[in-house]
Design a protein around this ligand. Structure first.
Ligand code: NAI
Ligand code: MG
Length: 353
């Protein structure tokens, strides 16, 4: 298979972990006889430094011309400490999502058995948890009218969803459910919120096209409780932007470390694959960042954008194997990890390769 992949490392540890993610794509190409070509582009702080623009036109052109994007992170303490800064790294990220029409944020929550002890939740509750979240990414309260009235003493944010927006994310989630356990939970607050009532109505309608999928509708508050009480009962979850934002952060704790979680953002254009973590300036340049989230992002890229299931599964099972052999980066090591099994970014990448 011939594909062109754009590498966009961005800032901080994004540079370190994305380099490893790319090596894994390269290795897969060699092993399975694929012809992957690469280009690299700037975003975030490094782009501002080089061009004054967090998402230079050149980057956007390259993004639209590629088959998939392996992304790192954006962010720099310079802006975190100055909320009034007019040009900011995150503007590059938001503009990229908008320009590429990335309406579906997919976050697999999978706990590797070897890391059962890394979570604050009891191992017997976590063991076997494997959830695929679909968070709608371009609508809801984030994008509606917002403002102040009554001399600034009252604030408002309007939540809006169109039938079209709900339908397209629902279809993505149902399609994914068909390839997994054929169980889908749609999360809303349809007892109170009008956009949620539309959400439920549309999901029920789309469900008719997928008679094999067992669909449940859950209120967001009880879903939040169930995630911690019994995460094993979930398969695919689809929800609106705000609920998804909160629930996926909660669910990330099921997988132990930030350094283990990958995500995919897909939609109308090129898919973007990135770790859920940020640029982590506290550890930048120290060579200790966990590259597994970037490696698992590469696995998502192979699966979702290229349909290369076997290649994707090989990457995931190799990560599992390396963990079984006892290798850890610092963030997933514990008191029982022998010193010679605690690896830096490059060495962990080399084990996986
Ligand atoms: P962060 O995710 O960068 O770091 C949070 C904590 O997790 C830190 O202690 C960090 O050392 C640790 N960590 C993160 N990834 C790790 C890895 N791969 N291996 C080992 N440890 C890891 O979030 P933080 O510190 O709140 O933000 C830092 C910068 O990143 C900020 O400028 C923020 O705006 C940006 N950010 C960017 C995101 C993106 O590009 N999608 C997402 C979140 C934050
Ligand atoms: Mg969030």
């Amino acid at each position: 298979m011939k594909k062109h992949i754009l590498i966009v490392p961005g800032d901080g540890i994004g540079q370190e972990v994305t380099a490893v993610g790319k090596q894994v794509l390269d290795k897969i190409a060699a092993k399975f006889n694929h012809d992957f070509t690469y280009d690299e582009a700037l975003i975030g702080h490094v782009a501002i430094e080089a061009t004054g623009n967090p998402l230079p036109d050149e980057t956007l052109v390259k993004m639209k011309a590629s088959d998939a994007i392996l992304f790192g992170a954006v962010g720099h303490p310079k802006y975190d400490n100055d909320p009034t800064a007019k040009v900011r790294p995150e503007q590059g990220l938001l503009k990229m999502r908008k320009e590429l029409g990335l309406y579906a944020n997919i976050r697999p929550i999978k706990l590797f058995d070897e890391l059962l002890g890394a979570s604050s939740i009891k191992p017997e509750i976590l063991k076997g948890a494997d959830i695929l979240f679909f968070r709608e990414l371009t609508g809801d309260i984030y994008f509606g009218e917002k403002g102040r009235k009554n001399n600034g003493d009252t604030a408002f944010d309007v939540a809006e969803y169109s039938r079209f927006e709900v339908e397209r994310i629902a279809r993505k989630a149902f399609d994914a459910a068909m390839t997994r356990g054929k169980k889908l939970m749609s999360v809303d607050k349809a007892n109170v919120i009008e956009t949620s009532r539309l959400w439920r109505e549309v999901v029920q309608k789309v469900a008719l096209e997928y008679p094999e999928v067992e669909v449940t509708h859950q209120f967001v508050d009880s879903c939040a409780m169930m995630l911690i009480k019994d995460p094993k009962q979930f398969d695919v979850v689809v929800t609106a932007n705000l609920f998804g934002d909160i629930l996926t952060d909660e669910a990330s704790q099921i997988a132990g470390s930030m350094g283990m979680l990958a995500s995919a953002s897909i939609g109308d254009g090129t898919g973007v694959y990135e770790p859920i973590h940020g640029s982590a300036h506290d550890i930048t340049g120290k060579g200790v960042a966990n590259p597994l989230a970037s490696i698992l992002s590469a696995a998502l890229l192979l699966d979702i954008s290229f349909g290369l299931k076997a290649e994707s599964e090989l990457v995931i099972s190799t990560v599992d194997k390396v963990l079984k052999e006892g290798y850890r980066t610092r963030d997933i090591a514990d008191a029982t990890t022998p010193a010679d099994k605690i690896l830096g970014t490059v060495a962990m990448g080399a084990e996986v390769l």
